[in-house]
Design a protein around this ligand. Sequence first.
Ligand code: ADP
Length: 763
Amino acid sequence: NVEDLSGLPDGAVDHFQSEGIESLYPPQAEAVEAGICAGESLVAAVPTASGKTMIAALSMLSAIERGGKALYIVPLRALASEKKAEFDAFERFGVTTGVTTGNYESTSDWLATKDLIVATSEKVDSLVRNGADWLTDLTCVVSDEVHLIDDRNRGPTLEVTLAKLRQLNPALQVIALSATVGNADAIADWLDAELVDSDWRPIDLKMGVHYGNAIQFDDGGTREVPVEGSKKQEAALLRDILEEGGSSLVFVNSRRNAEAAARRLASTSGNHLTPEERADLADIAADIRDISDTETSEELATCLEEGSAFHHAGLANEHRTLVEDAFRDRLIKVISATPTLAAGVNTPARRVVVRDWRRFDASAGGMAPLSVLEVHQMMGRAGRPGLDPYGEAVLLAKSHDEMDELFERYVWADPEEVRSKLAAEPALRTHVLATIASGFANTRGGLLEFMANTLYASQSTEAGRLERVTDDVLTYLERNDFIEREGDEVAGATAETESDDDAGGFVSAATMAETEGAADDVELRATGLGHTVSRLYLDPMSAAEIVHGLEEADQRPSALGLYQLIARTPDMYELYLRSGDDETYGELFYEREAELLGDPPSEYEDARFEDWLSALKTGKLLEDWADEDDEYRLTERYSVGPGDLRGKVDTAEWLLGAAESLAAEIDSEWTVAVREARARVEHGVREELLELVGIRNVGRKRARQLYAAGLETPADLREADKSVVLGALKGEKTAETILENAGRDDPSMDGVSPDATKGGDGG
Ligand code: ADP
């Protein structure tokens, strides 16, 4: 019973009871028995929606009650705000929560006063690099979705961050929450933690495959779900569950497919709406159109009016939240989603349909099957405790053979093992530099020792691999001036003597061993540039590219030149070249070649040339944005979602901010050009509007309107004839606020009428 728990802050038990939690779920009880309330580390590998958050909460609250401080690491920004909202309820009994996700350069000192901090793994990594003092006060760290250590892109950061936090405080309590994976015991070994490995679920899950006119379930049962005429299987499955009063999640493999499926399913869900539901949905659709004026937004609003929605990473955050809330309120009957929805965000449905079990994978050069782990996580979203009698998760087969294959591959299969991806070079490059720069290791030996505390080391069977890749990375970092090795000369000298000996035909094993021993003592130090790169949270390869580009520029670089340069770095996710783009951007390349920075590849270096063109396409998108093209046209022209455009702009802003610091570090004369290009991309404006957008509440559109009315600077606004301002801005309130923000003493617009001869519709 929750009542019997001890060691928690006063009021915590009442809080859980008010949330409807009276007794612990079995895995939670096991975790308490394993000692989580007494500082014991734990790996909890349990299915989605089985109450992992409660395990984390009990650990953190008891740690805080003992005078400690807790950190909750999430894999996605969207989850950070969700968790923060959940933990904010602890404020009632005096536990304060802070959240930090963005701004990789700050140490967020204000967090030192909070008991509980929620952050993404990238943010925690950067806090470690920037030496945030309060990190040493941490006594309990929770890592949510720890199986993501297996992720090629983001896994290494999480892995290294956990290793560093443990090095900072060897007594640290680590609570690792994981989906059910093949080797939870190995993760527990690595973290010196207890293990709760369970497949218990609060609500029964029936897994099956739909083929022909029925679902075959894993328990041997079947359910008739006939597919009529030319209808799709997912439409039949949706209608069937709607007739019972349930809702459905449909997982597909791409954004485009999510949108197409939502459009098609709208005709089915639309038939099951009451007039009240229609009215509520119409209101939400209006909110969606209000948030942004793009094709995606219009598309979403149109489907949503019929009770159907799509959900993918290209949606704006506000859109995503509206969709999730309306689905939980049972207004939306079906969401067609890409797998991002499965990894977090609490949106269960009675029936989950996994429509696509293959997706495009560039490294496989075609379609590749999803992992068992991913499919199980999607399936785990089925069933809302307290609302549904059970959850149903269904895969779709087009043939009898495919049905057999799906049972084998997913329904009966165990999830894969989690394997460290740290030995991949881009990951090591970044983390080796950061480890040296932040002082976690200052010799080669120390570095290898630190590496020995990673999951990679505990899983590696190939002797010497980590050491070899680490040495390659050290060489790369030294060559690009990010680190210095001291004592190198000594090692070099020994090697020379050795080869002399060699000439004489004699090298003793002892001499060899000694040489290696000396190499271990070689002192490693980050250079000024190296420190900057690590602090900026850049991939060293990105930094090298930028530094090189700036050094090679013999005249003031143009915005496009800078945008293309940062788009070339591994930190910017480039736009793909679509058919026809080769030609378009090939032409643009020759036209504007003089503006591009660094060494352009020749046309015969296929891969590199293509890379330059993709970067040019991305750079051109940014230039168009900074030339004030409107959002709608840009998303059309480049076939991207509004969320993608935002993402590119944010990344560009960050990389150019970093480029500015690098420019200062190498005494480049182009610092101002970089700063200007950054400001233009930040606000999406041409140079002449930069002063105006510095005023609060003046965005790109308003700035352009003001400028067109002859108001070019904040000073102009302070002195202008009010009727001109009003004519340019339309709306008294807006005009007043802006005049006030521009520092005008008498912003009031009482009795002023707009001057129709200037401004007006001039925007
Ligand atoms: P997970 O993190 O494992 O996906 P959550 O922690 O989000 O799952 O829990 C899913 C739901 O179950 C939440 O709504 C939570 O309030 C509820 N819950 C958790 N533990 C209990 C419990 N012991 N009794 C009743 N409900 C619980």
